[in-house]
Design a protein around this ligand. Structure first.
Ligand code: DC
Length: 229
Protein backbone atom coordinates (compact mmCIF):
# COMPACT_ATOMS: atom_id res chain seq x y z
CA UNK A 1 0.00 0.00 0.00
CA UNK A 2 2.83 2.38 -0.80
CA UNK A 3 0.47 4.81 -2.55
CA UNK A 4 -1.79 5.07 0.50
CA UNK A 5 -1.90 8.39 2.39
CA UNK A 6 0.84 8.16 5.07
CA UNK A 7 -0.16 7.90 8.73
CA UNK A 8 1.95 8.39 11.85
CA UNK A 9 0.23 6.58 14.72
CA UNK A 10 0.92 7.82 18.24
CA UNK A 11 -0.49 5.47 20.85
CA UNK A 12 0.07 5.27 24.57
CA UNK A 13 -1.49 5.89 27.97
CA UNK A 14 -3.13 9.17 28.97
CA UNK A 15 -0.74 11.94 29.99
CA UNK A 16 2.23 10.64 27.98
CA UNK A 17 2.14 13.87 25.97
CA UNK A 18 0.46 12.48 22.86
CA UNK A 19 -1.99 15.37 22.46
CA UNK A 20 0.61 18.13 22.47
CA UNK A 21 3.15 16.13 20.48
CA UNK A 22 0.61 15.08 17.83
CA UNK A 23 -0.46 18.66 17.30
CA UNK A 24 3.11 19.91 16.97
CA UNK A 25 4.10 17.16 14.54
CA UNK A 26 0.94 17.63 12.44
CA UNK A 27 1.69 21.37 12.27
CA UNK A 28 5.31 20.77 11.32
CA UNK A 29 4.39 18.35 8.52
CA UNK A 30 1.21 20.15 7.43
CA UNK A 31 -0.70 16.89 8.03
CA UNK A 32 -4.22 16.33 9.38
CA UNK A 33 -4.76 15.40 13.01
CA UNK A 34 -7.04 12.78 14.54
CA UNK A 35 -7.64 13.09 18.30
CA UNK A 36 -9.43 9.76 18.66
CA UNK A 37 -9.76 10.17 22.44
CA UNK A 38 -12.01 13.16 21.76
CA UNK A 39 -14.46 10.86 19.93
CA UNK A 40 -14.68 8.57 22.98
CA UNK A 41 -14.99 11.61 25.25
CA UNK A 42 -17.79 12.98 23.02
CA UNK A 43 -19.62 9.65 23.06
CA UNK A 44 -19.41 9.72 26.86
CA UNK A 45 -20.65 13.30 26.94
CA UNK A 46 -23.53 12.39 24.62
CA UNK A 47 -24.47 9.55 27.00
CA UNK A 48 -24.35 11.84 30.04
CA UNK A 49 -26.41 14.51 28.25
CA UNK A 50 -28.99 12.14 26.82
CA UNK A 51 -29.34 10.03 29.96
CA UNK A 52 -27.93 6.85 28.39
CA UNK A 53 -26.40 4.38 30.87
CA UNK A 54 -22.66 3.80 30.45
CA UNK A 55 -23.25 0.04 30.12
CA UNK A 56 -26.07 0.18 27.54
CA UNK A 57 -23.97 -1.07 24.60
CA UNK A 58 -26.61 -0.75 21.88
CA UNK A 59 -27.67 2.79 22.83
CA UNK A 60 -24.02 3.90 23.23
CA UNK A 61 -23.12 2.53 19.79
CA UNK A 62 -26.02 4.45 18.26
CA UNK A 63 -24.84 7.66 19.95
CA UNK A 64 -21.28 7.03 18.69
CA UNK A 65 -22.48 6.43 15.11
CA UNK A 66 -24.63 9.57 15.06
CA UNK A 67 -22.31 12.00 16.91
CA UNK A 68 -23.01 15.54 15.69
CA UNK A 69 -19.54 17.01 16.03
CA UNK A 70 -17.24 19.52 14.37
CA UNK A 71 -13.52 20.08 15.01
CA UNK A 72 -12.49 23.65 14.23
CA UNK A 73 -8.75 24.35 14.10
CA UNK A 74 -8.04 27.72 15.74
CA UNK A 75 -4.38 28.58 15.91
CA UNK A 76 -2.80 26.44 18.62
CA UNK A 77 -6.04 24.81 19.71
CA UNK A 78 -8.97 22.95 18.24
CA UNK A 79 -12.48 24.02 19.15
CA UNK A 80 -14.87 21.09 19.53
CA UNK A 81 -18.53 21.68 18.78
CA UNK A 82 -21.04 19.07 19.90
CA UNK A 83 -24.66 19.47 18.82
CA UNK A 84 -23.76 23.12 18.16
CA UNK A 85 -22.30 23.80 21.65
CA UNK A 86 -18.64 24.51 22.33
CA UNK A 87 -17.63 21.59 24.58
CA UNK A 88 -13.84 22.00 24.20
CA UNK A 89 -13.41 22.46 27.94
CA UNK A 90 -16.12 20.09 29.14
CA UNK A 91 -14.72 17.07 27.28
CA UNK A 92 -11.33 17.52 29.03
CA UNK A 93 -12.78 17.19 32.55
CA UNK A 94 -11.82 14.17 34.65
CA UNK A 95 -15.50 13.20 34.87
CA UNK A 96 -15.82 12.98 31.07
CA UNK A 97 -12.44 11.22 30.84
CA UNK A 98 -13.56 8.60 33.31
CA UNK A 99 -16.86 8.04 31.48
CA UNK A 100 -14.91 7.90 28.18
CA UNK A 101 -12.76 5.11 29.51
CA UNK A 102 -15.93 3.16 30.32
CA UNK A 103 -17.61 3.65 26.94
CA UNK A 104 -14.29 2.87 25.21
CA UNK A 105 -14.46 -0.64 26.70
CA UNK A 106 -17.72 -1.35 24.80
CA UNK A 107 -16.92 -3.27 21.57
CA UNK A 108 -19.97 -1.90 19.70
CA UNK A 109 -18.83 1.68 20.40
CA UNK A 110 -15.34 0.97 19.04
CA UNK A 111 -16.86 -0.61 15.94
CA UNK A 112 -19.19 2.38 15.45
CA UNK A 113 -16.27 4.83 15.57
CA UNK A 114 -13.97 2.87 13.24
CA UNK A 115 -15.00 4.35 9.87
CA UNK A 116 -15.32 7.85 11.30
CA UNK A 117 -11.67 7.62 12.40
CA UNK A 118 -10.47 6.19 9.07
CA UNK A 119 -12.18 9.08 7.25
CA UNK A 120 -9.56 11.43 8.75
CA UNK A 121 -6.92 9.82 6.50
CA UNK A 122 -6.54 12.45 3.81
CA UNK A 123 -3.59 13.77 1.80
CA UNK A 124 -0.94 14.84 2.47
CA UNK A 125 -0.95 12.71 5.67
CA UNK A 126 -2.41 12.05 9.09
CA UNK A 127 -1.10 12.07 12.64
CA UNK A 128 -3.40 9.76 14.62
CA UNK A 129 -3.40 10.03 18.41
CA UNK A 130 -4.98 7.29 20.52
CA UNK A 131 -4.67 3.85 22.07
CA UNK A 132 -5.27 1.51 19.12
CA UNK A 133 -4.26 3.62 16.12
CA UNK A 134 -1.39 1.29 15.17
CA UNK A 135 -3.00 -1.98 16.24
CA UNK A 136 -6.58 -1.65 14.93
CA UNK A 137 -7.50 1.56 13.12
CA UNK A 138 -4.46 2.03 10.84
CA UNK A 139 -2.60 -1.31 10.91
CA UNK A 140 -0.81 -0.43 7.64
CA UNK A 141 0.61 2.88 8.95
CA UNK A 142 4.24 3.28 7.79
CA UNK A 143 5.36 4.62 11.21
CA UNK A 144 3.92 3.59 14.57
CA UNK A 145 5.13 5.07 17.82
CA UNK A 146 4.12 4.10 21.35
CA UNK A 147 4.69 7.01 23.76
CA UNK A 148 4.91 6.19 27.46
CA UNK A 149 5.92 7.89 30.71
CA UNK A 150 5.78 6.78 34.33
CA UNK A 151 2.35 7.06 35.99
CA UNK A 152 3.59 9.66 38.50
CA UNK A 153 5.06 11.83 35.75
CA UNK A 154 1.79 11.57 33.79
CA UNK A 155 -0.21 12.56 36.87
CA UNK A 156 2.10 15.54 37.35
CA UNK A 157 1.62 16.63 33.72
CA UNK A 158 -2.17 16.25 33.90
CA UNK A 159 -2.17 18.27 37.12
CA UNK A 160 -0.27 21.15 35.47
CA UNK A 161 -2.54 20.99 32.40
CA UNK A 162 -5.67 21.25 34.54
CA UNK A 163 -4.18 24.09 36.57
CA UNK A 164 -3.37 25.95 33.39
CA UNK A 165 -7.01 25.97 32.34
CA UNK A 166 -8.13 26.91 35.85
CA UNK A 167 -9.59 23.50 36.76
CA UNK A 168 -9.25 22.13 40.26
CA UNK A 169 -7.46 18.82 40.87
CA UNK A 170 -5.45 16.94 43.47
CA UNK A 171 -2.23 15.22 42.46
CA UNK A 172 -2.87 12.08 44.52
CA UNK A 173 -6.39 11.58 43.18
CA UNK A 174 -5.14 12.18 39.63
CA UNK A 175 -2.51 9.46 40.11
CA UNK A 176 -5.17 7.02 41.35
CA UNK A 177 -7.44 7.86 38.42
CA UNK A 178 -4.60 7.45 35.92
CA UNK A 179 -3.71 4.05 37.36
CA UNK A 180 -7.35 2.91 37.29
CA UNK A 181 -7.79 4.13 33.72
CA UNK A 182 -4.54 2.48 32.57
CA UNK A 183 -5.68 -0.81 34.08
CA UNK A 184 -9.08 -0.56 32.37
CA UNK A 185 -7.55 0.46 29.02
CA UNK A 186 -4.97 -2.36 29.14
CA UNK A 187 -7.30 -5.09 30.34
CA UNK A 188 -10.34 -4.58 28.11
CA UNK A 189 -11.07 -7.40 25.70
CA UNK A 190 -11.24 -5.31 22.51
CA UNK A 191 -8.36 -3.16 21.30
CA UNK A 192 -6.50 -3.11 24.64
CA UNK A 193 -3.81 -0.49 25.11
CA UNK A 194 -0.56 -2.10 23.94
CA UNK A 195 2.16 -1.28 21.41
CA UNK A 196 1.71 -2.69 17.91
CA UNK A 197 4.29 -5.41 17.17
CA UNK A 198 6.00 -3.07 14.72
CA UNK A 199 5.82 0.08 16.92
CA UNK A 200 8.79 2.06 18.18
CA UNK A 201 8.43 2.71 21.94
CA UNK A 202 9.54 6.09 23.25
CA UNK A 203 9.64 6.72 27.02
CA UNK A 204 9.11 10.45 27.55
CA UNK A 205 9.46 10.51 31.36
CA UNK A 206 12.73 12.43 31.20
CA UNK A 207 12.28 14.16 27.86
CA UNK A 208 11.04 17.67 27.17
CA UNK A 209 8.40 18.29 24.51
CA UNK A 210 10.93 19.68 21.98
CA UNK A 211 13.16 16.61 22.58
CA UNK A 212 10.25 14.26 21.82
CA UNK A 213 9.34 16.24 18.70
CA UNK A 214 12.99 16.03 17.54
CA UNK A 215 13.12 12.25 18.06
CA UNK A 216 9.90 11.79 16.14
CA UNK A 217 11.12 14.05 13.34
CA UNK A 218 14.26 11.87 13.08
CA UNK A 219 12.10 8.74 12.92
CA UNK A 220 9.88 10.29 10.22
CA UNK A 221 12.99 11.18 8.21
CA UNK A 222 14.42 7.68 8.62
CA UNK A 223 11.13 6.28 7.30
CA UNK A 224 11.13 8.63 4.33
CA UNK A 225 8.05 10.48 5.59
CA UNK A 226 9.68 13.88 6.14
CA UNK A 227 12.67 15.50 4.55
CA UNK A 228 15.67 16.31 6.74
CA UNK A 229 15.98 20.08 7.11
O1 DC B 1 -6.65 10.16 25.13
P1 DC B 1 -7.86 10.53 25.98
O2 DC B 1 -7.55 10.69 27.44
O3 DC B 1 -8.60 11.71 25.43
O4 DC B 1 -8.85 9.27 25.86
C1 DC B 1 -10.05 9.20 26.57
C2 DC B 1 -10.43 7.73 26.80
O5 DC B 1 -10.74 7.09 25.56
C3 DC B 1 -9.32 6.90 27.48
O6 DC B 1 -9.83 6.22 28.61
C4 DC B 1 -8.94 5.87 26.47
C5 DC B 1 -10.04 5.87 25.44
N1 DC B 1 -9.49 5.78 24.09
C6 DC B 1 -9.50 4.56 23.48
O7 DC B 1 -9.92 3.58 24.08
N2 DC B 1 -9.04 4.42 22.21
C7 DC B 1 -8.55 5.48 21.55
N3 DC B 1 -8.11 5.32 20.30
C8 DC B 1 -8.50 6.76 22.18
C9 DC B 1 -8.97 6.87 23.46
Amino acid sequence: MSDAVPVLTLDGPGGAGKGTISRLIAERLGWHLLDSGALYRLTALAALRHGVALDDAAALAELARDLDVAFLAEGETTRVLFEGDDVSREIRSEQTGDAASQVAAVPAVREALLERQRDFRKAPGLVADGRDMGTVVFPDAPLKVFLTASASERARRRYLQLQEVGMDASLSSLLKEIQARDARDMQRSVAPLKPADDAVTLDTTRLTIPEVVDRLTDLLTEHGLASAT
